[in-house]
Design a protein. Structure first.
Length: 78
């Protein structure tokens, strides 16, 4: 049994899929809301021809905001 505390945003953006892929089936897990806590987040706005595109904007943990935005830009470019 493992017990972790991590932001809900990280769980929503693929944690469950990754857990399911390495656990050979559907993992059993329980979530408990521990309350709201301050975090170091950044809003990322994507500009296309110097115009902000709201549909591409997202909020991310500051550490991973740059890598996530680079991946998105690379996908858009291709």
């Amino acid at each position: 049994m493992l017990t972790y505390e991590f932001p809900l945003a990280e769980m929503i953006t693929g944690y469950y899929d990754k857990l399911k892929s390495v656990s050979r089936g559907s993992p059993a897990w329980t979530t408990i809301f521990l309350g709201y806590k301050a975090g170091d987040f950044a809003k990322v706005d994507i500009l296309v021809k110097e115009n902000q595109v709201d549909a591409l904007s997202f909020i991310s943990i500051r550490e991973s905001a740059s890598p996530k935005s680079r991946v998105l830009i690379h996908r858009l470019r291709n």
